[in-house]
Design a protein around this ligand. Sequence first.
Ligand code: GDP
Length: 523
Amino acid sequence: MDKELEDKVKKRRTFAIISHPDAGKTTITEQMLLFGGVIRKAGTVKARKTGNYATSDWMEIEKKRGISVTSSVMQFEYQGKRINILDTPGHQDFSEDTYRTLMAVDAAVMVIDSAKGIEPQTKKLFKVVKQRGIPIFTFMNKLDRDGRPPLDLIAELEDLLGIEGVAMDWPIGSGQTLKGLYDIANNRVELYHKDGADRFIALDKDGKLPDSEPLSQDQQFQETLDEIDLIKEAGNKFDREKIALGDQTPVFFGSALTNFGVETFLNSFVNLAPAPESHTVNEDEELEPDDPQFSGFVFKIQANMNPHHRDRIAFVRVGSGEFKKGLDVTLARTGKPIRLNNATEFMSSERVQVSDAVAGDIVGLYDTGNFQIGDSIYSGKRKIVYPPLPEFTPELFMRVTAKNVMKQKSFHKGMNQLVQEGTIQLYRNYQTDEYILGAVGQLQFEVFKFRMQNEYNSEVEMTSIGHRVARWIDPDQLDPSMSNMRNLLVKDRYGNPLFLFENEFAERFFKDKYPDVKLTEKL
Ligand code: GDP
């Protein structure tokens, strides 16, 4: 075994942040980058997000929306660890890529607005992460504002998400009266509104403040002590095994905007979050991350929307071995040999040429159309195939036709290509065979339309069917007369039938009418 490689892998911490828009993902990311020393001033990431930042000539749509591909992966060193934060686009740019990114991380950080609690998008992303059985760390944000009581927030984790919350620290006051954070894990208090090392006060062995500290006499602090006693007594017990499986989440409190509680969170996270682990490949073989043979899988393909630069970047999560420039690999799906000359790794805002990417790291490969989402690549003789990425249940649907009926050929070619690539999902009306596109986010339709026109010279006509609840049905139980206006019957690209219900009521109505029919959803 290569000790050097093993040591490198052990340093990696690769994660994504899951949250609802506006919970504070960008703000906390920025604080982490500040701690990592990659940016010097708060506001840098935000400026990029709002488009006030010099972007390269990446996608037109991206530019218009102020998203930059370079922020897809942010890498920095912190406390001797190599951190990779994979961005999970959340606003209008939410798409299947957001879900797929969660397939390439080893842990997730869930940021929750403590005034709002768990919001819909957090719930959706949580479901995907939970299914993978990876550790999830929770940061209850915006403590500087009046929020919900901490006990309620922890209870909500269990009630709405079915995950146990275990408090790692606890707020002393909140909003206007916020005084600090009782750091249970490190047995200290972090004072609010104080910079530098003296913002931390050590607690004695009983978890009490020295009498000389003014805060020790504070009414709010006494209340906090009572709550701490309560959670120590009746709360969930810290359980490493449960955390590793995603059955328990360590909960931290803080305020990303005022950089309060973030360092405490980050330090614990870096210690508790796992380094890359083994992957099951070739259906039933365990591949260790420090196996010397290089391998990885493509989890995202970013197309360049500039018609003059049709190159794309395939994002590869390294699963084993070490990536070196000029590496010869095989594309498992086709057996085709490829020399990887043009690759980038992602160092904060700049894209730099890859030096040493090992398991846990992400490399971006310039692609001229070789790769598809879910593809495995490997060096050496032994074939390594990663399991296929899951498909996600789309929620938005559009009918699509070619504007020019004489151009059916390019329409079909483009559509097949883009569907294969994972840009969008394709369905056919069960009776009429008309084409229906499905997506999890609006951006996917825009990208589809843009690329059809620019890459395949095919103008498309799209009419929205709107938001639908997609549920698959066993073909043996299917009777086409079950379909009506409120549950459109379609088939997916493998020919499997499914209903697109107008809403949850329509689904419930159907279930009441056909109690024996089993309906399934994908992730
Ligand atoms: P994102 O959509 O999850 O990336 O959220 P942002 O990081 O862009 O934050 C959304 C808004 O909440 C911005 O106006 C932030 O300044 C604000 N915000 C973020 N963290 C905090 C916090 O800890 N306290 C307060 N009061 N506002 C915050």
